[in-house]
Design a protein around this ligand. Structure first.
Ligand code: ZN
Ligand code: ZN
Length: 200
């Protein structure tokens, strides 16, 4: 089984998907890019896709890897906030990211493909970090720092800090692993080892 599956939900631009496949492939080894899936979406009154509902629906999907990164070209959110860039279950198998608010054009600024791709990769790694049991970090440069704007995303690095890579096996994460039904420590260990090498 591959380590990571990238799963487009509906139509997602090819450049974004192939970039994620190539860059995450360098890091995680086997990455499969699946054909677009159609899943039932639940929208809020503002027409945004509810990402928590989407992650729930995806748990019925026959996945092809240990971790699945869904990519949806729709604005996403969860109840109680205006929008989110991505969502994942702590220690779980599933993560979802949305490229919508990562494009400069969304803010009426000139298109910047390089910046867009860097942001999407950062968001992908941040959400995958959550699936490996990492929680939000206070280090301004660490990729696990919570960001509510693209400017904040731009300030963080692609990399994870030592402390994040080290404190994955906290009691909180152990509980999350148990709840999310993903206790495969070996896989997580192997992925963390790769990340440590990469972040060095
Ligand atoms: Zn987060
Ligand atoms: Zn950190």
């Amino acid at each position: 089984m591959a380590v990571l599956e990238i799963l487009p939900i509906g139509v997602v631009e090819e450049l974004c998907l192939s970039y994620l496949r190539d860059r995450l492939g360098e890091l995680f080894g086997e990455v499969v890019l699946s054909p677009p899936a159609e899943v039932p979406l639940k929208l809020n009154s503002r027409g945004q896709v509810l990402a928590d509902h989407l992650l729930d629906s995806l748990s019925n999907y026959q996945c092809r890897a240990d971790r699945v990164l869904a990519v949806i070209n729709r604005d996403i959110t969860v109840p109680g906030v205006d929008y989110i860039f991505g969502l994942a279950a702590l220690g779980g198998r599933w993560a979802v990211i949305s490229p919508v608010r990562l494009r400069e054009a969304y803010y009426g600024r000139e298109c910047d493909t390089g910046l867009f791709l860097e942001r999407i990769l950062k968001e992908a790694l941040h959400e995958l970090g959550h699936t490996l049991g990492m929680v939000h970090c206070t280090n301004e440069e660490c990729n696990m720092k919570f960001s509510s704007t693209v400017e904040e995303i731009d300030r963080r690095s692609l990399l994870f800090c030592e402390s994040c890579l080290g404190r994955v096996w906290s009691p909180r994460t152990e509980i999350a692993y148990a709840t999310n039904g993903d206790g495969r420590r070996q896989i997580v260990r192997a992925l963390l080892d790769r990340l440590r090498l990469w972040c060095r």
